[in-house]
Design a protein around this ligand. Structure first.
Ligand SMILES: Cc1cc2nc3c(=O)[nH]c(=O)nc-3n(C[C@H](O)[C@H](O)[C@H](O)COP(=O)(O)OP(=O)(O)OC[C@H]3O[C@@H](n4cnc5c(N)ncnc54)[C@H](O)[C@@H]3O)c2cc1C
Length: 531
């Protein structure tokens, strides 16, 4: 499948004028002024769906080095903050030290369009791209940057599978804006008579905030929101959703403050693709990968793809390497870092699939800590915001009389038993674990090992392991990673079992304390040799 070499003045077609396509077209045209770069965007220049995009300060270096457009846009038109707040049961707790910025997607697209035009990209708005067969004959290279429902990807995949996988989240989300200005990233949790709803809100300009609402499917049905027909243009059921959410969140944003923009309920889809190019067609951005919006990385990943792809196209045009080598290098470089973000997004997506359970069963401070510790430990949290960690530790001591790792737990089954929350797993045989605490008290309890789940991860294995849980008493949950966490949480928060989470990693103070403070388990255990 060797692709031809690119000359020094290649003809390049870019399908899609989202952040990925516009940035790629600009960088290529700037690196290769002799190239003819044509970008097809089916929407008009001023159309932009959705509201804001949020970026973590720490992650924009590669994009800034290629072009300061995003940094300047965030500085001149965006909003910046440091603290993330969680509001639940009328309590608000914040987590500082998380530098982030946001901008209206429309503003960012406008600046990227101006940049592309300035360097001489032929921008064709209101123009659906010609069929792929025509494009690959007429152009030396075709870039599919046409987003999550990419027709370029579908066409290539129908010729020879690209190894494209979709993992559909169970939670429902809808994307609104609001004229209420949040101070920074704010997660607002409210419970209606139908169930739990949560908002991801953040300011994107001096007039508008993004307002993404999530809920679970059962709540969504109970609230009658399944009347929504996502295949139709926005209609009365969309208006009903808006009215329902405006009422539910009236205390947080004021009345009648939501702004719709083609706002439709959906389920987030995580996409992964094995092959990102074929012949003289290459894919980037949402066409080949997505990561749950709670990690705010989709736009960043698309723009980083553009940086690497533009550099490889320039190499192919100026250094004489073959197009296939250039596109292969692009795929190799970008797949590694996209994979990292997608792995980090998995626990976050999972958190949002279960947030109703956490909100109902954990007190607001523990709930806040549980949320922020879904991907980092207590030590890292203390570096970013010592105040929050001090508050959580103090609340623990007030409730339990000693620091988390030094405290004890009482169980009341046939008789009352007390044991330390930090245990050693002495043995695990025939489904029974023998444990001993630091004072030499020994405990025996059934042990269940959570299944190993490989990405793309469904949680069906956890559901069947859950059936093995005892009805009462103490249980030990072994295994690793997210499945072990989910099973321990199901045991403790849903089945009310005294839950001991076990694994070699829990020998480390950081991991052990994080599990206890977050309420993921009542106690932790590690095998003897790892201590
Ligand atoms: C609820 C939600 C919240 C999000 N929040 C964030 C966030 O905070 N931060 C973040 O970084 N990302 C966020 N994202 C993700 C982000 O929106 C995308 O990852 C990003 O837009 C991807 O850019 P792209 O250029 O690959 O594709 P897109 O932005 O989807 O652009 C694709 C373009 O191709 C055009 N197109 C499609 N087919 C054709 C065709 N046949 N011919 C011509 N044009 C065509 C489309 O009109 C579109 O303009 C969020 C996503 C969702 C769903």
């Amino acid at each position: 499948m060797d692709a031809p070499k690119l000359g020094s003045s290649p003809r390049i077609a870019v399908v899609g004028g989202g952040p990925g396509g516009l940035f790629l077209a600009t960088l290529v045209k700037r690196a290769l002024p002799e190239a003819a770069v044509t970008l097809f965007e089916r929407n008009q220049r001023s159309d932009a769906f959705g509201f804001g995009v949020v970026f973590s300060d720490a992650t924009l270096r590669a994009i800034d080095e290629a072009d300061p457009v995003l940094r300047d846009a965030l500085r001149d038109h965006g909003r910046h903050w440091d603290r993330i707040d969680v509001l639940s049961n009328e309590q608000q707790h914040g987590f500082g030290g998380n530098g982030m910025s946001a901008i209206h997607r429309k503003v960012l697209l406008g600046l990227l369009q101006d940049n592309a035009e300035h360097v001489g990209v032929d921008l064709r708005f209101g123009t659906t791209a010609p069929p792929l067969d025509q494009l690959r004959n007429e152009y030396d290279l075709v870039v599919g940057a046409d987003g999550t429902n990419s027709s370029v990807r579908e066409h290539l995949d129908s010729e020879e599978p690209l190894g494209h996988e979709i993992d559909t989240a169970t939670a429902k989300f809808i994307w609104f804006g609001t004229t209420h200005l949040f101070d920074g990233l704010t997660f607002v949790h409210r419970v209606s008579e139908h169930g739990n709803f949560a908002v991801h809100g953040y300011p994107i300009s001096n007039e508008l905030s993004t307002f993404i609402v999530e809920t679970d499917e059962e709540t969504w049905r109970r609230a009658g929101m399944d009347a929504f027909d996502v295949t139709q243009h926005p209609g009365p059921s969309d208006t009903e959703t808006q009215a329902y959410l405006e009422k539910l969140f009236a205390d947080d944003i004021g009345e009648g403050k939501l702004v719709a923009n083609n706002s439709r309920w959906g389920n987030f889809r995580t996409r992964r693709t094995r092959d990102w190019w074929r012949g003289n067609v290459v894919l980037l951005g949402d066409t080949v990968h997505t990561a749950h919006f709670s990690v705010g990385s989709g736009t960043k990943m698309a723009m980083e793809d553009s940086v690497v792809l533009a550099a490889q196209i320039a190499r192919a045009a100026t250094e004489g390497i073959s197009l296939s080598d250039a596109l292969g290098a692009y795929q190799e470089i970008r797949k590694a870092s996209v994979g990292k973000i997608q792995r980090a997004a998995r626990p976050s997506l999972s958190w949002w699939e279960h947030f109703g359970t956490y909100q109902r069963t954990l007190d607001p401070l523990t709930f806040t800590f549980h949320f922020f510790s879904r991907s980092i430990g207590v030590e890292k949290m203390a570096q970013r915001d010592p105040g929050l960690v001090e508050k959580v530790r103090a609340a623990w001591i007030e409730q339990h009389g000693a620091a988390a790792l030094d405290s004890t737990i009482e169980t009341h089954s046939a008789s009352t038993t007390t044991f330390g929350r930090r245990l050693e797993l002495v043995s695990a045989e025939n489904g029974t674990a023998h444990l001993v605490d630091r004072d030499g008290r020994s405990i025996t309890a059934p042990i269940i090992t959570a299944p190993i789940i490989e990405a793309p991860a469904t949680e069906s294995g956890v559901a069947s392991a859950r059936k093995e849980l005892p009805e009462t008493g103490v249980v030990v949950i072994a295994g690793s990673g997210l499945p072990r966490t989910l099973l321990a949480e199901a045991a403790r928060l849903q089945e009310s079992l005294v839950t001991i989470m076990s694994g070699p990693d829990l020998a480390a103070d950081d991991a052990a304390e994080t599990v206890l403070l977050s309420g993921r388990a009542d106690a932790v255990a590690a095998p003897k040799e790892t201590k």
